[in-house]
Design a protein around this ligand. Structure first.
Ligand code: NAD
Ligand code: 6OD
Length: 488
């Protein structure tokens, strides 16, 4: 299932165009060349934004809600028809197991387009009959208006899923988009451009610029004077930079940022179920999901039992080629990201933690030794103030920490500048609700992880983000309600 290297171009006003320069995208599995990517310069970004503006003022802006919803459903159909192409692209860029990309990334992308077609078709807006004491009467009703041209900037961990999660609601509300995928994962966004044409998108509705962040397409797009709103998923530090870019013209931003997510395991939990859940929440996608757990708080009476079982699970993970059905765990996204993760592996022991399993680069043999592999890793004995407990690692690693009371568990879990997600494992549902409610996060789970309804609010507090997306919550960002008051 390995695709030959190819050339990926920018997509502007319904056509693929070259960039002034190009860069190479290599596979994190074995370092082979995946694609040569055309980098957008200022001129390409200008053309993309202008095309988006023209489409917004023109044919796309004239479609009604039902027509836009029908278009989103056609995109979902085409994603399903081109499922295998998207799968190959996503796996080539990320190195993740094909089975995972099949179940999660590509399937969820089609589901997002369908879900937002439904949401926009049924979403209502406020209307009020106003009656003043003097007898004056008026009808207030709200119209939903798009922002205009939306910049969509996404990371590399779930490239197509996170792109569709933003493009679908933006288009549903009547915006046009200029998207900038991560430089690490340019392929699926490029295929989505083809799909947009196949689904009958008017030229300029979906535009794509390739490149990096600072000094490249990302910065050129977020500082562009004709962009009306910016939706971004990525690191918190990048969010700060984009916020500064948005500030001069007070443009709205929607931010889904980093996390340092906690799981809390009470002694009364179904421990087998909890360990199954923790194995998923720590190691899925090689720990490169914003919702992944990096801090596991375990009630002291079961600390050794849960720790021993988790170490076993980490040892049993199978690192290997994405197409091998036995593979559970892929590489990190790049050798550069591996340097960051390995620096935390070293730091953990320097700071006094004990490495229970992993901590090294595995020797997988052959071509794989040119990839970005790391061992799944668990630590005990990490201090609450140590950097591996406080900073996001974004790799297959977690610190295991004992606690003695419910209050202490909540205090430890909330002792972070982030606030994205938390998971609580207990058979006592009263306690589960109580603890989930006390977590200072945007999303809590009880006895599960990453099970979510696409209509539910998604986002974080603190350094984990600004705003909520998902279902009708997305409409709050991607549209502006405009009140009309008519005297009766
Ligand atoms: P990143 O912030 O480095 O890059 C994300 C995107 O922003 C890329 O397309 C990049 O090119 C672009 N970019 C970088 N600097 C920019 C700048 N100054 N101006 C404009 N664009 C810029 O993040 P990443 O390494 O690609 O992804 C991993 C991070 O994303 C982790 O921190 C993870 O927690 C976070 N993330 C959060 C969520 C969430 O929903 N909260 C989801 C997925 C990933
Ligand atoms: O599955 C989703 O709907 C979603 N938005 C996941 C985000 C994961 C972040 O890495």
């Amino acid at each position: 299932m390995t695709a030959p290297p190819h050339s990926l171009r920018n997509f502007v006003n319904g056509a693929f165009i070259d960039g002034a320069a190009s860069f190479e995208k290599v596979s994190p599995v074995d370092g082979r060349l995946v694609a040569t990517v055309h980098e957008a310069d200022g001129e390409v970004v200008d053309r993309a934004v202008a095309a988006a503006r023209q489409a917004h003022n023109g044919p796309w802006g004239r479609l009604n809600t039902a027509q836009r919803a029908a278009f989103l459903r056609r995109v979902a159909d085409r994603i399903e028809e081109r499922f295998e192409d998207l799968l190959v692209a996503e796996v080539a860029d990320t190195g993740k197991p094909t089975a995972l990309a099949r179940e999660l990334d590509v399937a969820r992308a089609a589901a997002n387009f369908r879900a937002f077609a439904d949401v926009i078709s049924t979403a209502g807006l406020d209307s009020y009959l106003t009656e003043l004491p003097g007898g004056q009467r008026a009808l207030n009703y709200a119209l939903r208006k798009p922002l205009g041209v939306v910049a969509v900037i996404v990371p590399w961990n779930l490239p197509l899923l996170l792109l569709s999660w933003k493009v679908a609601p933006a288009l549903a509300c009547g915006n046009t988009v200029v998207v900038k995928p991560s430089e690490e994962t340019p392929s699926s966004a490029t295929l989505l451009a083809e799909i947009m044409n196949e689904a009958g998108a008017p030229a300029g509705v979906y535009n794509l610029v390739h490149g990096f962040g600072p000094g490249s397409a990302g910065e050129l797009l977020t500082t562009h004077s004709d962009v009306d709103g910016i939706t971004f998923t990525g690191e918190s530090a990048t969010g700060s930079a984009i916020m500064r870019a948005a500030a001069p013209r007070v443009r709205p931003v929607s931010f889904e940022l980093g996390g340092k997510n906690a799981a809390v395991v009470f002694a009364d939990a179904d421990l087998e179920r909890a360990v199954d859940g923790l194995e998923r929440s720590v190691f899925t996608n090689t720990g490169q999901v914003c919702l992944c757990t990096e801090r596991v708080y375990i009630e002291r009476s079961v600390f050794h039992e849960v720790t021993a079982e988790l170490v076993q699970r980490a040892r049993s993970l199978r690192l290997g080629h994405p197409d091998d059905p036995a593979t559970t765990t892929g590489p990190l996204i790049s050798v550069k990201h591996r340097e960051k993760v390995l620096s935390y592996y070293r730091l953990a022991t320097e700071e006094g933690a004990t490495c229970l399993v992993g901590g090294e680069v595995p020797a997988l043999g052959g071509d794989l030794d040119r990839g970005a592999w790391v061992e799944p890793t668990l630590w005990s004995g990490a201090d609450a103030d140590s950097r591996v407990v406080r900073e996001e690692i974004f790799g297959p690693a977690a610190a295991l920490i004992p606690f003695d009371s419910e209050d202490e568990a909540v205090r430890l879990a909330n002792d972070t500048t982030y606030g994205l997600a938390a998971a609580v494992w207990t058979r006592d549902l009263e306690r589960g609700h109580r603890v989930a409610g006390r977590m200072r996060v945007g999303m809590s789970w009880i006895n599960t992880w990453y099970l979510r309804d696409l209509r539910s609010p998604f986002g974080g507090v603190g350094m984990s983000g600004i705003g909520r997306e998902g279902g009708e919550h997305s409409l709050h960002f991607y549209s502006e309600p405009t009140n009309v008051c008519v005297a009766l």
